[in-house]
Design a protein around this ligand. Sequence first.
Ligand code: NAD
Length: 497
Amino acid sequence: MIIEHWIAGRATGGHSTRRAPVYQPATGEVQHEVLLAERSDIDAAVAAAEDAFREWSQSSLSARSKILFSFRELINANAPELAEIVSSEHGKVLSDAAGEVQRGLEVIEFACGIPQLLKGEFSGQASAGVDVFSFREPLGVVAGITPFNFPAMVPMWMHPIAIACGNTFILKPSERDPSSAGFVARLWQRAGLPDGVFNVVHGDKTAVDALIGHPGIAAVSFVGSTPIARHIHREASLAGKRVQALGGAKNHAVILPDADLDFAAEHLVASAFGSAGERCMAISAAVAVGPAADSLVSRVADLAKNIRVGPGDHPASEMGPVITAAARDRIKGLISAGERQGATVAADGRELSLPGYEGGFFLGATVLDAVTTDMDVYREEIFGPVLSVVRAADADEAITTINANPYGNGTALFTSSGAAARTFQRGVRVGMIGINVPIPVPMAYYSFGGWKDSLFGQSPIYGPDGVAFYTRAKVVTQRWPVTDTAAEASLHFPTAR
Ligand code: NAD
């Protein structure tokens, strides 16, 4: 199948002639081809979104909220199919893909409350006879550029809120697992969203560069790796856009000697190897403090060796393949580099082979012990099923290690001490913190964002910060001299139109 763009409410090939393969990662076969947009396709999408903005930005809050509620119902009803699409192109197991859809749905539910979220402020009698009030307006056409690892959820961090705020939206999903974007576009249309409000253009750097420099685009939301996030933030800012750019991660979990080690080991393994480690909030470095280390490593290695690796659509599979053969080979290379540089391989997933799936991009769960912060395996974001154990003498050394790392997305602490938890949460320079919770992704009514090289620009994504990002405020200072007290009045009960 050829995967086309979605512009002005219909699928189109536009002017695209270049294509990229979309794999089934469990078999290694090419299952689809996706079109790669040219600059003229971006022009067409922006023109459609600009057209649609004129009416959509003026639609009532009540009308928008109704469409959001319908969209919520449709995503909910179609969640199993959406999860299947995600699993077949990404490789993650179905239950994990269903979890991704659920977390995206929660952002849609947050956006259903847009009338409440867009309430302004009012100060009566700020001066004698003068009132001051503020309200927020949409920006215009906004773009979302998203990574492969959450092809349904990460776009849903953006478009439900952007659209609820009155903007029109162009999504450029990852070219590696693009199909869920078109599926979601059709559900938006069925929910009653006017054509042109939500558009999808597929593509690579050509499409992205055309979007971030386009004079018709008001704002750019990006989620992906740090080098690209830095590039997008710089270039789109230079072009005068509002930008939020979320980058990569190296998330540490600290295990104190007073932690319940069985609990910590199970949660570490779940967070390191769920989705084959291809989560921006995956724990990739465990910092084992003092005497916790030896027994923790043996527990974690045993659990890792028993993870059932298999195709995403097999009910028994707990962990699927990684996204491409190139990713698999790169991860294998990093494990070997770690071993060469002095790490101990406590569980080795390099040689895993699944009968009947020899062409798939599989790797087993790998645990490296005695990792030091100068090793490649620690310095690079691996984005695969590898957990590096770093040993620290005490909690202060663990916090120092975390703070010396350039990333600051998420971190977790396993302990039974409230005092240690408090010191940790106040001491780490990281945006999202879990206490005995290894993947502390904030709920949809908070906002999501890391620190340091995990977020460029000021704005975290979704939640209240999402509403602020996709709107700008006007403040009105108003005086009505009292010459004529007549006012329009109506006896009927006011209702929104
Ligand atoms: P990526 O940076 O390779 O790609 C992200 C997007 O940028 C894709 O749409 C891609 O087409 C586009 N892109 C790629 N190269 C480009 C270039 N040279 N110029 C312009 N655009 C380009 O990321 P990925 O491999 O798809 O996703 C994994 C990365 O995303 C990891 O680093 C992970 O940590 C990160 N991530 C971060 C978060 C977060 O919230 N901070 C969430 C999910 C993923």
